[in-house]
Design a protein around this ligand. Structure first.
Ligand code: BGC
Length: 439
């Protein structure tokens, strides 16, 4: 196969240091505009809490909704800066009908799973619960918020523009679930920051690099010009909804096509270049182009690439770094035969170029966000990161770190990236503890 189109693709997906610095600068400006309530691609939503002190204690249940896997957990928070422990946990897979049918069906299903979990584990005391709801929610206070729009292919009807905790409480009451009350509503980035903050006083930023992408930051309350309501703290965490960032991004024809075919055209542009939901879709678009123009796969589009969502992020991991045996097994499963050396090489190059670009854009956005954070000490800044892309994608952590060093011009420059597993769920419980202590 001629390598011209492949060469062009790899070139187009490379993000130079100059481009990363431009993204970083644009990020700072968009943050300032969003904090003033001005025109910005960053919603900069108030989270109505500051980073946890580590002194919080108790047992708190948490709900974690952010993808098709929905989780319920009971978390023990020890105080004394010790890592919280998940004492019971259950995962449920939401059906298509639940995520895209009527809102009542979604909240009813969540209430049903919660009730089952409390009953099976004999949690009969009264509990204040944390609720991680990982979509753009404009909080009205720590325990209520309005859904601005759905992302990540959720589309349950009758929820956008409504108070999500109220809907959840109604569904819980309808099932007679009376010993649990939602006391805190949070985004998964905020939960992740809080989980790390309990053990690490330098943590001032939470990032999700998984199915979706987003960042939250701790900022000084005086800089939030659009108001903080009855909140009295000197600093507040802000859910930036960074996935919607749309300035200085090096969009290619493939990105435009992906966006055009998406359910939220024009929105979440950074997320569409960074997160695990979209990277496999980019692989698909490029491979289809290579099949058509350069006769890859003998000029026939393999079945797995014929539909939008069948090629998964997990396949990219295996193709890029799996053993001979793993790649062979996967190829048989998804292509029905082993790959030729050339086919495999092309797939590796495509996956790598897309994942590397994701890490470099994410690095630029993290560096940009760091310019506006309020530190908790003079020490290093810790960035809490959760999500399968960061945790599992081969080399992702390293590429992210290297790109940050390139942007900052100094290796490490006082920034440490901390994998914060299960941060979104545990963090909701931590916020429930922070709120309960403040009462
Ligand atoms: C949502 C964010 C969320 C992120 C990571 C995005 O699609 O808009 O609220 O934090 O996904 O889950």
């Amino acid at each position: 196969m001629k390598d011209s189109l492949l060469d062009k693709m790899t070139r187009d997906f490379e993000v130079s240091v100059k481009q990363m610095r431009q993204i970083k600068a644009a990020m700072g400006k968009e943050m300032d505009a969003g904090l003033c309530g001005g025109k910005s691609s960053l919603a900069m939503l108030q989270a109505y809490c500051d980073a946890a002190s580590g002194k919080e204690k108790g047992f708190y249940p948490a709900l974690d909704l952010g993808g098709t896997n929905f989780r319920v957990m009971m978390v023990k928070i020890f105080g004394g800066g010790r890592k919280p422990k998940v004492v019971a946990e259950a995962k449920y897979k939401l059906t298509r009908e639940q995520i895209s049918g009527a809102g009542d069906v979604l909240f009813g299903a969540i209430a049903g799973y919660l009730k089952k979990f409390m009953k099976e584990n004999k949690f009969t005391a009264e509990y204040g619960m944390g609720y991680t709801f990982s979509f753009p929610v404009k909080l009205l206070g720590i325990d209520e918020g309005i859904l601005m729009r759905w992302t990540k292919d959720f589309s349950a009807t009758g929820v956008v523009g409504k108070k999500v905790v109220e809907l959840q409480r109604q569904a819980m009451a309808a099932l007679g679930l009376n010993n649990v009350n939602v006391v805190a509503l949070a985004n998964d980035t905020v939960g992740t920051l809080q989980t790390q903050a309990v053990v690490d006083p330098n943590c001032v930023m939470g990032v999700i690099l998984g199915t979706g992408f987003n960042i939250c930051v701790r900022v000084a309350s005086r800089r939030i010009r659009k108001g903080v309501g009855k909140y009295h703290g000197k600093c507040m965490i802000i859910n930036m909804e960074a996935g919607n960032f749309n300035k200085a991004l090096p969009l290619t024809a493939y990105d435009r096509q992906l966006d055009k075919e998406s359910g939220n055209r024009g929105g979440q542009l950074a997320e569409k270049m960074i997160s695990g939901k979209y990277l496999p879709q980019l692989v698909r678009l490029i491979v289809v182009d290579l099949v058509k123009k350069e006769k890859l796969f003998a000029g026939r589009v393999p079945e797995i690439f014929r539909h939008k969502d069948t090629f998964q992020a997990f396949y990219m991991d295996v193709l890029e770094s799996g053993s001979e045996k793993e790649v062979g097994k996967l190829a048989k499963q998804i292509f029905g035969r082993v790959l030729t050396v050339e086919e495999r090489l092309v797939l590796v190059l495509v996956c790598h170029a897309i994942a590397r670009r994701s890490a470099r854009i994410a690095a630029a956005l993290i560096s940009g966000a760091l310019t506006r954070v309020e530190k908790r000490s003079k020490n290093k800044v810790a960035v809490a990161i959760d999500g399968s892309l960061f945790e599992k994608y081969p080399g992702y952590h390293r590429m992210l770190e290297e790109a940050i060093s390139e942007i900052e011009g100094v290796k490490g420059k006082g920034i440490s990236l901390k994998l914060t597993k299960d941060g979104s769920g545990i963090g909701a419980a931590v916020i429930a503890a922070v709120v309960s202590k403040a009462d």
